[in-house]
Design a binder for this molecule. Structure first.
Ligand code: SF4
Length: 133
């Protein structure tokens, strides 16, 4: 069976860090690791979507959180088991940027796109690390 990694972003709406996790995860799924990754809708997962919960039990998962509140990691572990890898955007792109209140795609500037790309690189590294195991 082809191994797919479940990437779960916190998708926080309140700050750029959360927005960045969603955009970086989408980029991974759509252009970088199209055959090896799949995402799970965190709100549906938390609300009790059976398919989502079964998926996360069955496949390796990586949580991608905007900050150290770790909503995606905690939610996944509460309902499904330990994640195989996790990323905290504020550790990678810096707290100032992660906690800034840019949440609209219209407001993204070069520094934001660069931050998203650095998250993409980290997610890709985590996927490769898990696939090699
Ligand atoms: S991890 Fe941080 S950025 Fe993401 S939803 Fe939770 S509080 Fe918001």
């Amino acid at each position: 069976m082809e191994i797919k990694i479940g990437v779960i972003s916190c998708s926080g709406e309140e700050c750029f860090g959360g927005t960045a996790t969603r955009l970086a995860t989408r980029k991974i799924l759509e252009t970088i690791k199209t055959d090896e990754s799949v995402t799970i809708c965190l709100p549906l997962f938390l609300a009790g979507g059976e398919e989502e919960r079964n998926f996360a039990k069955e496949y390796p998962t990586i949580s991608v959180d905007g900050c150290n509140k770790l909503c995606a990691k905690r939610g996944t572990e509460k309902y499904s088991g330990d994640v195989n890898g996790y990323i905290i955007a504020s550790d990678i792109i810096g707290e100032e940027l992660a906690f800034s209140n840019i949440t609209s795609l219209r407001d993204l500037k070069e520094e934001h796109n660069e931050a998203i790309d650095s998250l993409v690189i980290e997610i890709e590294k985590e996927i490769n690390r898990i696939l090699k195991k």
